[in-house]
Design a protein around this ligand. Structure first.
Ligand code: 5GP
Ligand code: ZN
Length: 115
């Protein structure tokens, strides 16, 4: 928990969000500014700044995050043909909230390469 972190506060329920999934270590909620028909953010409750600061001790939780994303995607018929997972890391990656999070985007076709 980092005192002034927006996503730590959301995970603790101190700031309201539209919850999609929660377990002991992971929280998932709708993005406030959806960029696709389905746009969900998945975070570990542990305050990790970004994918550039993870360590070996985060192996299990980061693995679990991927399993949870797969389970969430299966619950939405809009994602039966696929979906997009995005992690923006650091300034060049476009990260605006400094608590690691994965975007689960679905319900439309996504282009590649990204902008
Ligand atoms: P980033 O740009 O860091 O990869 O993604 C941050 C995401 O958090 C953005 O898509 C933004 O819309 C979302 N976001 C920012 N503030 C809030 C908030 O207070 N509530 C929710 N649900 N999403 C937020
Ligand atoms: Zn945090």
């Amino acid at each position: 928990m980092s005192k002034n972190c927006l996503f730590c506060k959301i995970a603790k329920g101190e700031i309201p969000s539209y919850k999609i999934y929660e377990d002991e270590k992971i929280f998932a909620f709708k993005d406030i500014n959806p960029l696709a028909p389905i746009h969900i953010l998945i975070i570990p409750k542990k305050h990790i700044v970004g994918l550039d600061t993870v360590s070996e001790e985060d192996e299990k939780i980061l693995g679990n995050v991927q399993i949870v994303m797969s389970k969430i995607a299966k619950q939405f018929p809009e994602m039966k043909n696929g979906f997009r997972i995005v992690n923006n890391c650091g300034a060049d990656g476009g990260q605006t909230v400094l608590h690691i999070h994965y975007h689960l985007l679905g319900g439309r076709v996504f282009s590649w390469p990204p902008g």
